[in-house]
Design a protein around this ligand. Structure first.
Ligand code: BGC
Length: 733
């Protein structure tokens, strides 16, 4: 197998202004925006000074990384290096140490499990994090991963990923933050701030439109500029503004005909000119195909053994000597790398030990805040007191919880269970399910000591149904493994739909707990009473699930991604080559434009199974008094009350619903609010005017007129509405 095949296979600063952080939040010691701006200016000056002192050899040395990991027969790393995803030789005489890079957003990954006995805190998936709708939790998670990166001497973390969900079958959606640019942008901004608060550079990725894994090396994603600016690029734009990541990783695929890493429009025009991005652009591993990418805006070739040549070494130097690459461009690329390292103190930070128990508590808080209660008929949940006998079925619930595969895979502390899927060759090692050692069965037994809890693995539906029949409540755990390099399906695998149907037929009180990387179809939805989406809940997942089911934790997650009823509701029900890994070029034309996810449901008036923003609680919330002020800094004000019997958190959501007489649906403000039973609070959510605007010839443009807004329990379940008049205003680029 070649690396290319392998790559194919694997391949609201706190926008919640004026909202108090949830009681449990302990935001890391991230620096203020002013302090970061000062650091950035100082870093620019220092970078220029260092770069001036460099020899050309030293400059070119910084322009490419290699993979410091030996995979027998495939890659051989030079002796004496630490195992990592990337390594760049430093310049000790100028105080620049070697730069080690590690994956990524869900914890410190262990490439090919090559670092012996090195486990790390395994975070919940990106979709679970996004389900919290809480950028402070994103920041805290980022700080966990950043601290663990620094403790191992890594100075660059290859996360966070913020590709918008355009297809709920994309095998990497679990690493990302859903379908909405505002939510995804604010959440990734939080993660980046957290990572960089630990003196580690964060890398926002994969720029841009890496919305499918199948044929990702050949896929040409086509879309009109305005639609791109208003959707996928907006998520990056907001994330970069809020987090100021030191690096951007360009994607494998093409965008409008040019490979993303050699795409002058994306890199030079949008990123470096329109957004005035000051950090560096690194390629994805195996995505540098030509020396010409340097002038197109790529600053650094990555994992160079994965490419046909070390382009950004001798071949680039030859171009430089021939005058086709300017001295100014070389200096610019070098300075970008240096200033990003200096801006976060990555060049001087010493490895510092971490408190793994505290990190475990942090990631449990995330899991508990992001698990989504999708359905709860007759208030079957929470379980406390109501059930004397409980049948737990399937999903490896006796050993742990599912996680997602690929470069983001983390090996957690404790006894993880490995299910090999990929054969015996070295690449095959990469393809395996890792079941995190936090058993929902054991944790439920602890949480409900008076209940009799039995387990059936769920391989024989009739046997599971037999056990379910004897119980007061049956809980089926259903899993879906997803991985980088592989797109999936909306159908739960391995006959789990039939299992759920059999159990539901045997027991009217059936609960389904999903551990999935993506939305799935639920043909059994009307015959089960409750559904909980636990995503990939991370190393503390079993405890978090048990706490939600037993009522110790009141669920407050909301969907960051819409669940279609079936494939017919997708913008592209069939994509040629999906599920295959050929070398044939594939073109996907995103003619739905910026109408991704719920926006398309709103535009077409189709009703999904569950919409973006949906999520239930064990208490009831109501929203009233919506007001939206216009002007340069618009804001929505709304009063939220907890009208039910329990303390809990909700997510206030405000949507744009119309401009003039044109319907338009966009999330423009959100905030997570913790309220005691009976408590009410007024919250104010700032509205970024780009969310009210459209991209025109000269940049963002708002037309004068009436703008309609509404609160929503979800993007498609709107409440109170208001109309606000805005005067004409060009926003520019
Ligand atoms: C992935 C990147 C990752 C890189 C280094 C690639 O296969 O697409 O997200 O950071 O490998 O491991």
């Amino acid at each position: 197998m070649t690396y290319r095949d392998f790559a194919l296979l694997l391949v609201a600063a706190t926008a919640i202004l004026q909202l108090p952080a949830p009681a449990s939040a302990q935001t890391p010691q991230a620096r203020s925006a002013e302090a970061r701006a000062y650091d950035a200016r100082r870093a620019d000056r220092r970078a220029a000074e260092t770069e001036r002192k460099m020899t050309d050899a030293e400059r070119f040395q910084l322009l490419h990384s290699i993979m410091p990991v030996t995979i027998p027969g495939i890659v051989t790393a030079p002796e004496g290096l630490k195992i990592a995803a990337g390594w760049i030789k430093g310049v000790p005489r100028l105080g620049l140490p070697d730069i080690y890079e590690s994956d990524a957003s869900l914890g410190i990954a262990n490439p090919f499990f090559a670092r012996k006995n090195d486990s790390a805190t395994a975070l919940p998936s990106g979709l679970l994090l996004a389900s919290t709708f809480d950028p402070t939790l994103a920041e805290r998670s980022g700080a966990v991963v950043g601290a663990e990166a620094r403790s191992r001497g890594f100075s660059v973390l290859l996360g966070g990923g913020v590709n918008l969900t355009r297809d709920p079958r994309n095998g990497r959606n679990f690493e990302y933050l859903g379908e909405d640019p505002l939510l995804a942008g604010r959440m990734v901004g939080g993660s980046i701030r957290g990572i960089q608060s630990q003196n580690v550079v964060s890398t926002i990725k994969h720029f841009a439109l890496n919305a499918l894994e199948t044929s990702r090396m050949q896929l040409d994603a086509r879309i009109e500029e305005a639609a791109l600016r208003e959707s996928d690029l907006l998520a990056f734009e907001l994330g970069i503004e809020e987090g100021q990541p030191g690096a951007v990783m360009c994607a494998y695929n093409k965008v409008n005909g040019d490979y993303a890493c050699g795409n002058d429009f994306l890199l030079n025009q949008v990123l470096k000119t329109d957004w005035n991005y000051r950090g560096w652009v690194m390629a994805d591993w195996g995505a540098t195909r030509d020396v010409s990418y340097f002038n197109a805006g790529l600053d650094q070739q990555s994992g160079a053994q994965a490419d046909k040549q070390v382009w950004f070494d001798k071949p680039l130097y030859a171009e430089y000597q021939a005058g086709r690459v300017s001295k100014a461009r070389v200096s610019d690329a070098v300075r970008r790398i240096l200033r990003s390292l200096y801006a976060v103190g990555a060049d001087t930070a010493a490895p510092t030990p971490v408190d793994m128990a505290a990190h475990g508590r942090e990631v449990r808080a995330v899991a508990e805040s992001g698990i989504v209660l999708l359905k709860n008929e007759g208030e079957l949940l929470p379980l406390s007191g109501s059930a004397r006998t409980i049948a737990i079925i399937g999903g490896h619930a006796d050993v742990g919880v599912m996680s997602g595969g690929g470069s983001s895979q983390v090996v957690p502390p404790g006894e993880a269970t490995f299910v090999h899927l990929g054969g015996r060759d070295p690449w095959g090692k990469w393809v395996r399910k890792v079941i995190m050692p936090s058993s929902p069965l054991k944790e439920l037994r602890k949480a409900l000591p008076d209940a009799k809890i039995e387990f059936d693995p769920g391989y024989v539906p009739a046997a599971a149904a037999g056990m379910a029949k004897r119980a007061d409540v049956a809980i089926v755990f259903a899993t879906q493994w997803q991985s980088e390099g592989l797109d999936g399906s909306l159908t739960l695998p391995e006959g789990q739909d039939a299992l759920i149907a059999a159990v539901a037929a045997a027991n009217p009180n059936t609960v389904v707990v999903l551990e999935t990387g993506n939305p799935v179809k639920m043909p059994w939805i009307s015959s089960v009473k409750a559904v909980v989406e636990a995503w990939y809940p991370g190393q503390e997942g079993g405890t978090a699930i048990a706490n939600v089911l037993s009522g110790k934790v009141n669920p407050s997650g909301r969907l960051p991604i819409s669940f279609p009823i079936d494939e017919s509701q997708l913008a592209h029900p069939v994509i040629e080559d999906i599920g295959g890994t050929g070398e044939r070029p594939v073109t996907v034309t995103y003619d739905e434009g910026a109408d991704v996810g719920y926006r398309r449901f709103a535009a077409t008036k189709a009703k999904p199974l569950f919409a973006f923003g949906h999520g239930l609680s064990y208490t009831r919330f109501s929203y009233s008094g919506l007001r939206v002020t216009a002007g340069k800094a618009p804001a929505a004000t709304v009063t939220v009350s907890n009208d039910g019997p329990r303390d809990g958190a909700t997510v206030v959501q405000v949507y744009l619903t119309s401009v003039g007489d044109q319907p338009r649906r966009r999330l423009v403000g959100f905030g997570k609010v913790q309220l005691s039973a009976g408590e009410r609070r007024q919250v104010t959510l700032p509205i970024d005017r780009r969310l009210l605007a459209q991209w025109g010839q000269k940049g963002w443009r708002m037309s004068a007129g009436d703008y309609g807004f509404a609160t929503g329990q979800s993007a498609l379940d709107l409440g109170e509405s208001v109309t606000t008049r805005f005067n004409h205003a060009e926003l520019g680029r």
